[in-house]
Write a protein that binds this ligand. Structure first.
Ligand code: SF4
Length: 413
């Protein structure tokens, strides 16, 4: 299938750039598209909505930045290109509804130290930078990333580390931002080393979109530094299968070869990935890149994001279209980060149809109904339990009454 094919991003308008520059992540950062003049030159078909959005970006809204590498994934002929929708600002970003928020998941109210969020009992989120290689128009942290809204983000690593050290219940530290992989090798190495010195920190995670926006950053040198700090996990962020190019697959291969377990987080976005076809191709392609799909997020209620938010109904349909229809490893957990700071709430299609005094009625991915016998207190039904059912040591299928003969029953033992 076309969506599952790995392709190189190509050079596009940068055909005359030497390989040594193109493959240098610093060159890519230096040559990002950040303003209207350059963007119009490269993408002459900008719509009026996009032009107006770009003019506001960086003023009061999240800045515009796209690496040349990632820019080449945009189809200039397609105004609805799913890559374009993620990174080109639109005027709709200025339309804010009362239920939208600048801090939709309540991070600031759970922040005992600047840049550190302690919302769950045994883990913390450390925001280490406000910079990213490119900026996603639906970013949950657009209040602080790129510093366009004057958030004045100043993470204090020493205070963050001191907080972690003083809280023995913290066993898991997630570095995020902004993008932690934009820190220099030395700085990252130092930070990871300091955290690993804390005896109760069992492992560290990094959340990063760098392998997707800037695969050139995943150098052998960086991988060699990262492997000093195991167990270290990395969660990448991809939303559409076209983001998984041959360059990204190679970068992810380098991380996997360095022993880093990889997961992926996607955000459900309207006309980007709100279809079973697209999401199935994405999750299957992720496994080919040695990445386990981890979360599918309902888009947070970030201010000015309504044009990008898909409905929960679409999310549930996608989960229905994945579970059972493809490898279990490929199926992420769909979650809504509860608005205001309630944490991630798993959202699943309903597979348990009912619970009775002696059975649980379930349906499978094909819609066939099954019954699982168990007592009302949740214990297995056994001989002598008073139910009269001939079960001993294992659970037998319930007799099928005539009214249920069209149903399917599981085979036990
Ligand atoms: S990479 Fe992550 S932090 Fe940066 S803009 Fe995108 S979603 Fe936000």
């Amino acid at each position: 299938m076309e969506l599952k094919r790995f392709r190189p991003a190509g050079r596009g308008p940068w055909g005359d750039v030497p390989d040594s520059d193109w493959n240098d992540w610093r060159w890519q950062l230096k040559n990002r598209i950040t303003e209207i003049g350059r963007l119009q030159q490269l993408l002459p078909g900008l719509s009026a909505e996009e032009r107006a959005g770009v003019l506001l970006a960086g003023q009061s809204k999240l800045a515009l930045a796209i690496t040349p590498y990632f820019f080449n994934l945009i189809d200039p002929e397609d105004p609805e290109c799913p890559i374009r929708r993620q990174v080109i600002p639109r005027i709709e970003e200025t339309r804010t509804a009362p239920w939208e928020m600048s801090d939709p998941v309540g991070e600031d109210s759970h922040s005992p130290v600047p840049g550190l969020v302690h919302r769950y009992p045994d883990r913390v989120l450390m925001l280490v930078t406000d910079r990213c290689a490119a900026y996603c128009r639906y970013c949950t942290r657009s209040r602080l990333v790129s510093n366009a809204s004057g958030y004045d983000f100043h993470p204090d690593f020493e205070r963050q580390i001191a907080y972690v050290a003083a809280h023995p219940e913290i066993r898991d530290v997630l570095l995020s931002g902004g993008d932690p992989l934009l820190l220099s090798d030395d700085k990252l190495d130092h930070l990871l080393g300091r955290l690993r010195e804390i005896p109760h920190v069992e492992f560290v995670r990094i959340g990063s979109r760098i392998p997707v926006f800037l695969p050139q950053r995943i150098t052998p040198e960086l991988c060699a530094r990262l492997r000093r700090h195991h167990p270290l996990f990395i969660s990448i962020h991809t939303n559409h299968p076209r983001e998984l190019t041959t360059e990204v697959r190679e970068a992810l291969g380098r991380l996997a070869d360095a022993g880093v377990p990889l997961g992926n987080q996607s955000v459900l976005l309207r006309r980007v990935n709100d279809s079973v076809l697209v999401m199935r191709a994405l999750v299957q392609k992720l496994l080919l890149c040695r990445v386990r799909p981890y979360y599918l997020y309902q888009c947070d209620l970030i201010q000015g994001s309504a044009h990008l938010r898909a409905g929960v109904r679409e999310g549930l349909k996608i989960m229905e279209g994945l579970r059972g229809h493809t490898t279990g490893y490929a199926v992420p957990q769909y979650v809504i980060d509860a608005p205001g700071g309630g944490g991630k709430v798993p959202v699943n299609p309903e597979y348990v149809l009912s619970r009775n005094h002696d059975r649980v009625v379930i349906r499978n991915y094909e819609g066939h109904v099954f019954e699982y016998p168990e007592a009302s207190d949740g214990t297995p039904l056994v001989l002598g339990s008073g139910t009269g059912r001939p079960t001993l040591g294992f659970v037998e299928p319930l007799p099928s009454p005539a009214s249920r003969q069209s149903r399917y029953y599981p085979k036990f033992a």
